[in-house]
Each structure stands twice: as C-alpha cells, then as structure tokens.
Design a protein around this ligand. Sequence first.
Ligand code: PLP
Length: 387
Amino acid sequence: MTEFYLDANAGLPLRAEVAAEWQRVASQAAGNPASLHRAGRRAQGELERAREVVAASLHCASRELVFTSGATEACNLALLGMVRGRAALTGKKQQLLASHAEHPAVLGPLRVLQQEGHRLFLLPIDADGRVDRAALAKALHEQAWDLLAMQWANNETGAVQPIELLADQLPSDTLWFCDSVQGFGKLPFDPALQRADSFVLSGHKFQAPHGIGAWVMREHVFFEAPITGGGHQGGRRPGTESPELAAALALALSLACAEQPEQERSWLHFGADLQAAVLEAFPETVLHHPADGPRLANTYNFGFPGLDGRMLLPALDAEGLAVSAGSACSSGSPEPSAVLLAAGVSEELARASLRISLPPAWNSEQAQLANAALLKTLHRVYEVANR
Ligand code: PLP
C-alpha cells in the first residue's frame, strides 16, 4: 500500500546529500572531538566547521551555538539554566511569563521551575493558537518579568506568534527564550530572533537525522548548567559531541533555508487545494489554523464536528495516511490537544481534530492521491458516526 505522510515528522527519508555528508564525516573523522591526538583534532575540525555553518544560518556567533540531542533537551537546559542562574545571581524567586501555546518541551521545565517556587503566568491564546497581543502588551506593561518564553510558531495550528512586538516592547532586562523549532525551513529568518537571549531548533524538522538539535545561548546570560560532567561546549552541555550528526544538521539546515521561499509557495498551493477539497466535502469543518495573518504554510488543523475522534487516526492509518492529532511528540497519548483546548475548542471537537503538516517536496500526484484517500476515510468515519 502507498503510504502518505500528511505529517511532516513522519517517515521523511534523509536527503541523499545529507546522508552522504553524515557518512563522510562518520568515516573520515571518527575520533572523539575532545581528544588531543590527530584523529581527535580531525573530528574537532569537522565539528567546528559544522558549528560555523549552523551559526551562519542562525545569524549568531559560533561560540553562542551549542549542539544538543534535539529541542526538548535544549529547551530544558536553557530554561532551567537561565532561570536558576538568575535566581542565584539576584537571590530572588523569578517571575516567568509564557503562553498556553508553548510546546510540552517548554511547559515541562517551566512547571519544574514553578515547583521550585518561581512564579509562572500563562497568557491566553486566541482561536488560532496565537498569543493574545493585548494580553501580552498588558502583562509587559503591568509588571517586570524575569523571563518570557514565547515560541516563533505553533506546531499544532501553524500560527506565527507576534515575536516582532518583542523587539520594541520587551524590556532589555527581561530574558526571552524562543522555541523556534517550527520556524526554520518554513519561514524566512526573522530578525526579531536577534533580540532572543536563547533559541533552539531541532534537526528532524528539516530532514536532518533524529537526535541532533542546536541551541543558541547568548554570552551575556548568567547560566547555571543543569547537568554536569566534562567541560564540553563551554560546560553548557557536557557530553561527547557527534561531528557526523552536526555536519548532517549543518547541511540540512543550509538546504532548508535556501529552499524555504520556493517550498513555502509550493505548500501554499497544495494546502489551498487540500483545504478547498475538505470544505467542499464537509462544509461544517472548523478551521483551527489561522485563516489569515502570518502562519506556517505547511500546517493545517481541521475540526470535524460530530465525528468520533477515536476512529480517525486508525481509519486514516488503515488507508496509508500518517496524520497526527495534537502534538506529534505526545501523539501516543489519547488526550485531546492542550493547545486546542486553551484556544477555546470543546473537548469533543478537539478529539475530532486533525493536524496535517505537509512534507517537503510534495508533488501533484501525491497531493491528489492523499487528498482523495483523506476524503474517502472521512466519509466512512462520518457514515459510522451517523448510523
Ligand atoms: N518545540 C516544538 C514547537 C516542537 O514542534 C517540537 C517537536 O515536535 C519540540 C519542541 C521538541 O523537539 P524534539 O523532538 O527535537 O525534542
């Protein structure tokens, strides 16, 4: 059976040139980059070359860039380290601001910090999963915050957050941590990120191998490393680095950034066809992704009123369609999406919602076959619901 990935996280093969780069470094520079012998120096050379390439795409200095195993690790290290560091420096519990749109990789460490006695306030989000601008402005006006955690774009609804406001409105002594995972490869680089004190990305979002991410940490931020060990990467993330994963990440990121404008045009084209087909067949469908305003061109989130949400994913899977409900990272869980619930969607509709994220290099034939299979499955699941 043909399988279609309406989930940009699923089943994407490594690009041939990225796999070749991984293989080249793994075979030619197999040493431990921390070792002082020749093999170690070769590995160190590859690692630092990759760091420079990634730093150029992220518009940061290479000494600000730390390689991690992915974004969850980076979000935890950054948030725990920044907040605990500042608390130690000031001798005070910290005031933390975030929103309900944040990914569990961000909300998790924020909850840990809350349990340690720091105060956490979560801003409301609108029906598209976008941080409420007025609530953000009010919160920034009313009190001083030690740290704001605000993502670049939401992985479930595709809403791009109003990060451009932060360049003007965020006081210079408030730290800003940005989960920018969903932006790279999907949006042009946003200069607002240059105001961020820390931001992260995850390789598997743009066809680098799993298990590699990058984390930007500005040098002026006082940081208390949450994990200890050898002094790798300035002690910020102790542990032996992987030059081959770093090299594959560097190439995949460069390619994704270079191809982003064309890729975005293609997603908008196929996404418009998908949305039109769904709405024509099921006019009662609720769009949870933004109808207008800045958004990720590959991310669509449809709510199907009256449909039994528990049947959706297995029925689609049986048809060869890999789709996610809620965050892919927690899609093993039967819980409805926390972001949709915070956006005001009922629990029943949140359960009967599908997030579709179009993969890169989608073509007309794949789009037609996948759309037809999606509609066929939805008709069948609706038939069962109406029996
Ligand atoms: N943040 C966002 C917005 C994500 O979409 C994801 C993963 O889907 C993560 C963080 C976690 O990234 P990783 O899978 O690299 O740990």
